[in-house]
Design a protein around this ligand. Structure first.
Ligand SMILES: O=C(O)CCC(=O)C(=O)O
Ligand SMILES: [Fe+2]
Length: 243
């Protein structure tokens, strides 16, 4: 449910200004220039104003981590051609199954960053202030953690079976990007209290600009349900802090 705080902090106008400049999002801030405030401050403020849930395990849901229009800009410049398609559909007991596309981004190699608004987001994620904001929200000590960023795309019928993230992951933030995504498109993040979708405690639609912050534990079960056949590609970014 959106909170007043979140809505106030993330008014569309902040982002609309950026979108209509002559050079929308094309320039990454220089190494010594701070990222622009149109994304940076709202993203960090959103994390600061979000409540960590404790049940069934520690996670946060943000209805609006970035403006939907900004998310749509990221989706429009999404480098789908760089995705590796992964398919592990055969269901053997105990195995996580999935079918999806993914691509890792090297935060240290700006030349390889996607274009459009991507440098603005990636420069913010690379900032120490981002790590601090995630550490404050989650209560997890992220000093010394390594940040890995990847892009994900699920087509209709793709899925990610119930799993807990690998033990080297401390915290993951997922930012959902698909413009035009609606509840009817499915593809929800299922928050589970055990290794089965029958144990769904909460289900969150990946509406553009929304975000999940997951604190990894031995019980942090979750899954991605299949997008409906009429759904656009389900696009997301994950920022994962690794020990
Ligand atoms: O995309 C999502 O909603 C969750 C993805 C996930 O659980 C993962 O990549 O490990
Ligand atoms: Fe996961």
């Amino acid at each position: 449910m959106p909170t007043m705080d979140t809505d106030a902090q993330h008014s569309d106008t902040l982002y609309t200004d950026v979108q209509h400049t002559d050079t929308p999002y094309t320039e990454a801030p220089g190494a010594d220039a701070p990222p622009t405030d149109t994304l940076h401050a709202p993203l960090l403020d959103g994390l600061a104003n979000t409540r960590l849930r404790s049940a069934p395990w520690r996670y946060a849901w943000l209805d609006r981590a970035v403006a939907p229009a900004f998310a749509a800009g990221l989706a429009a410049a999404f480098p789908s051609d760089r995705l590796d398609r992964l398919d592990r559909s055969e269901r053997r007991t105990g195995d996580k199954t999935y079918r999806l596309g993914t691509h890792g981004i090297d935060l240290g190699d700006r030349a390889q960053w996607p274009g459009g608004p991507w440098p603005q987001l990636l420069a913010t994620l690379a900032c120490p202030a981002y790590t601090t904001a995630v550490a404050r929200l989650t209560g997890v000590d992220l000093s010394g953690a390594r940040l890995a960023v990847s892009l994900w795309e699920y087509g209709s019928g793709d899925w990610l079976a119930p799993h807990v993230d690998k033990a080297d992951k401390l915290v993951t933030q997922i930012l959902y990007l698909s413009a035009g995504w609606t509840e009817e498109h499915g593809g929800r993040l299922l928050v589970l209290d055990g290794p089965d979708t029958a144990r769904t405690v909460a289900a969150h639609a990946p509406l553009p600009g929304s975000s999940a912050v997951l604190v990894r534990s031995r019980t942090s079960w979750h899954a991605v349900e299949s997008p409906a056949s009429a759904a656009p590609p389900r696009r997301s970014l994950t920022a994962t802090f690794l020990r």
